[in-house]
Design a protein around this ligand. Structure first.
Ligand SMILES: [Ca+2]
Ligand SMILES: [Ca+2]
Ligand SMILES: [Ca+2]
Ligand SMILES: [Ca+2]
Length: 303
């Protein structure tokens, strides 16, 4: 694990010496906003509480590039647009995510068009202890492959609505069947989708996962959880999958928009990006009273 460093709460997207981290984009560290335990995000698919984050804490499509599919293609926000943010909580040792996405052709039917029935997706990999290296094992017996794939970093296609056969959090390299349930991750319902399969849509989603220093598909009792610590750098790989970007030879409609632009982000944590677990930024958080008032106002609108 890299030695944790402390940086001021006013940190924006941080430029550090390029030699300090091998991860990509080189020399950049992104922000992971700290949610205090008494003001955790309400995972209801209304991501307005994430407006507490300054704009520079969000990763947007202009900071990514196509690593698979229409490689070199320019950003066209009429085709795909998104912003993504990471948060964390110290007591519960959770990493939170939020995404806000526009897509001109929404693909979510559990199969159908797009490569391999994968559907439109946000795939996020998490290397909690920043160990880097491949977490997709290439060699070994069947049992060794099962044990080692996803062992020291985890990745998943997060997709809503949760549909068979893979649900809302498809940890595709693992045969685990428990990683996508509370208290290890949540939620299959924490999204708002305006639109339907095959048409223009916007998606807002917010969710959490815990991290694993040693993930064992057999269960949490034989796995080792990561204890997230303020100031620590974690590795995270973001790729946003859009299935209406063809043509390409073997995968006619899929493009993968990757932070850092690395095509092996699916299984190589050394191609992840660095995120720093920031201190609580009290000045940007609504006060408890404001929080309560805001909650009541929203509740009254909903009635
Ligand atoms: Ca919310
Ligand atoms: Ca699109
Ligand atoms: Ca799409
Ligand atoms: Ca690791």
């Amino acid at each position: 694990m890299k030695k944790a460093i402390m940086l001021g709460a006013a940190a924006t997207v941080l430029s550090l010496s390029a030699s300090a981290w091998a991860h990509v984009p080189e020399g950049q560290v992104f922000a992971a906003w700290q949610w205090p335990t008494n003001q955790l995000p309400n995972l209801d698919g209304d991501i307005s509480e994430w407006n507490a984050l300054p704009q520079e804490y969000w990763v947007d499509i202009f900071q990514t590039s196509v690593a698979e599919g229409n490689v070199g293609g320019a950003v066209d926000t009429a085709n795909l647009n998104f912003r993504f943010a990471m948060g964390w909580n110290d007591d519960l040792d959770r990493i939170y995510y939020a995404i806000d996405r526009f897509d001109d052709v929404w693909d979510r039917d559990g199969g159908g068009f797009g490569c391999c029935g994968q559907d439109d997706s946000q795939e996020v990999g998490l290397d909690s202890d920043h160990s880097g290296d491949f977490f997709w094992a290439f060699e070994g017996t069947d049992e060794e492959l099962k044990r080692n794939r996803g062992r020291q970093a985890q990745t998943g296609h997060y997709r809503w609505p949760a549909l068979a056969p893979f649900g809302w959090y498809w940890f595709w390299m693992s045969s685990a069947d428990w990683h996508d349930k509370e208290p290890y991750s949540c939620c299959p319902t924490s999204y708002t989708l305006n639109g339907t399969h095959g048409s223009e849509a916007t998606l807002q989603a917010e969710w959490y996962t815990v991290g694993w220093d040693d993930f064992n598909y057999e269960g949490p009792d034989v796995s080792i959880r990561h204890d997230f610590v303020e100031g620590e750098i974690v590795g995270a790989g973001l790729q946003v999958v859009d299935n209406d970007n063809g043509p390409a030879e073997d995968d006619p409609r899929t493009s993968k928009w990757v932070l850092g632009g690395q095509s092996d982000i699916f299984g190589n944590a050394s191609s992840f990006s660095d995120f720093i677990l920031l201190p609580v930024d009290t000045a940007r958080l609504p006060t408890a009273v404001e929080n309560d008032t805001w909650g009541n106002i929203k509740a009254s609108f909903a009635q």
